[in-house]
Design a protein around this ligand. Structure first.
Ligand code: AMP
Length: 381
């Protein structure tokens, strides 16, 4: 039997790297349970910092500041994975980082992540890595057209992605991605995109939510419905793969696995997010235990909570575009009694920027989806 893990008791101080909305919701969950929270990011007055006990503003390259931050807390987690490895290593000399540096290194670089998945036999789209124009030409040939070229590092929400439909386009794309290492993927036709969010505790206990279904607009998540409308064997396989990935990484914390379901019925892993995920925001209002509370419990060595959904639910993101003609009509959205409003405290509503979200619950996922869309439309009345 593995030794009983040491519990970080409520009242202790938890550290979060990153200042965004994921950190904000983590801090809200942690404070509800009596923990204190310190955040660290290069910005000030951040969504997470606004609700934390202390907000440290310093660069991810400032190792002294990172060690000083770590000395004030009992464990560090992340809400933003694109921090330099050196930052994680500096913190790990002072307090544990959960999930560990190994899991983060795997998930923060697309080529490494794909290699990890392929080596262990997890299904992915056909892919090839490339670090020069010649390699990119060869990779596109190997993978086949149409293909999509993605920068290997630091990509999110479709940033740094280019579709290639003819070999003659490869040189232009190599310029467009700034001659950076890339991963080429076969562009597949999708029937659905789903995500499985799961938590693994210090003692190896795993709890997962049912698969959620995600719709994107301009590469950014637009709408999530839960549970996903996919056949039961696909849902079961997605959960099984997620559990196997958590084990392979000896992961501690919350992980999201994003999947493609292709039109010919194949289930493929798209990517891993080593943290709570936008598609799990609805767990705050619709699950027995939110993904953020699971993150608190996992990193503190507490038993995980039930991931059961209390009701079918849907989530609609609120992007800065909604502010184009002035402040959205919050009262109109809140007129729906089964709709919850979440705003992240950001003051500059730029197009494409995630400012908040709405969650609705209903008798069915479809009903919740219709409701959340109606509430979002009402914002523009
Ligand atoms: P990613 O940042 O890799 O998750 O890609 C963002 C979105 O682009 C995905 O959620 C898909 O909607 C789409 N996409 C990415 N890669 C592929 C692919 N290989 N085939 C089809 N669609 C893709």
């Amino acid at each position: 039997m593995s030794p009983v893990p040491k519990v970080i008791e409520p009242g202790a101080c938890l550290g979060v790297l990153g200042g965004g909305q994921l950190g904000r919701m983590f801090a809200i969950a942690a404070r509800r349970m009596g923990y204190r929270v310190h955040t660290y990011s290069p910005d000030d007055d951040t969504p997470a910092g606004q609700v934390a006990d202390a907000e440290v503003t310093a660069a991810y390259e400032d190792l002294d500041a990172l060690r000083a931050f770590a000395a004030q807390v009992q464990v560090v987690t992340l809400e933003f994975e694109n921090v330099p490895v050196e930052a994680i290593e500096a913190i790990e000399t002072v307090v544990p980082v959960r999930p560990s540096g190994l899991a983060l290194q795997t998930a923060q670089q697309r080529a490494r992540e794909k290699a990890f998945l392929a080596e262990r036999g997890f299904p992915t789209v056909p892919f090839a890595a490339a670090a020069s124009l010649d390699e990119l030409v060869e990779a596109v040939e190997r993978v086949g057209l149409p293909a999509v070229v993605k920068t290997a590092a630091f990509g999110y929400d479709g940033k740094g992605q280019h579709k290639v439909t003819a070999a003659a386009q490869v040189e232009r794309v190599w310029g467009a991605i700034g001659h950076q290492p890339a991963v080429v993927e076969r562009f597949v036709t999708l029937q659905a995109e789903i995500s499985v969010i799961a938590a693994r505790g210090l003692d190896g206990q795993v709890v997962e939510y049912v698969p959620f279904e995600n719709r994107h607009a301009n590469h950014i998540l637009d709408l999530t419905t839960a549970p996903a409308a996919v056949p039961a064997p696909i849902a079961a396989q997605a959960v099984e793969i997620t559990r196997a990935i958590l084990e392979a990484l000896q992961y501690v914390g919350v992980l999201c696995v994003e999947f493609f379901v292709t039109t010919d019925g194949a289930l493929l892993v798209n990517e891993l997010a080593p943290r709570p995920h936008n598609s799990g925001h609805l767990t705050f209002d619709a699950a027995v235990t939110s993904q953020f509370e699971q993150q608190v419990r996992a990193i503190c060595g507490l038993p995980l909570g039930s991931a059961a959904l209390m009701r079918p639910a849907a989530m609609a993101n609120l992007l800065g575009d909604l502010w184009a003609d002035g402040i959205p009509n919050w009262a109109a959205a809140c007129r729906h009694p089964d709709v919850k409003l979440h705003l992240y405290g950001k003051d500059a509503p730029r197009p494409g920027r995630k400012m908040g979200h709405l969650t609705a619950t209903g008798k069915s996922a479809r009903e919740a989806q219709d409701l959340v869309i109606a509430a979002r439309d009402a914002l523009l009345i």
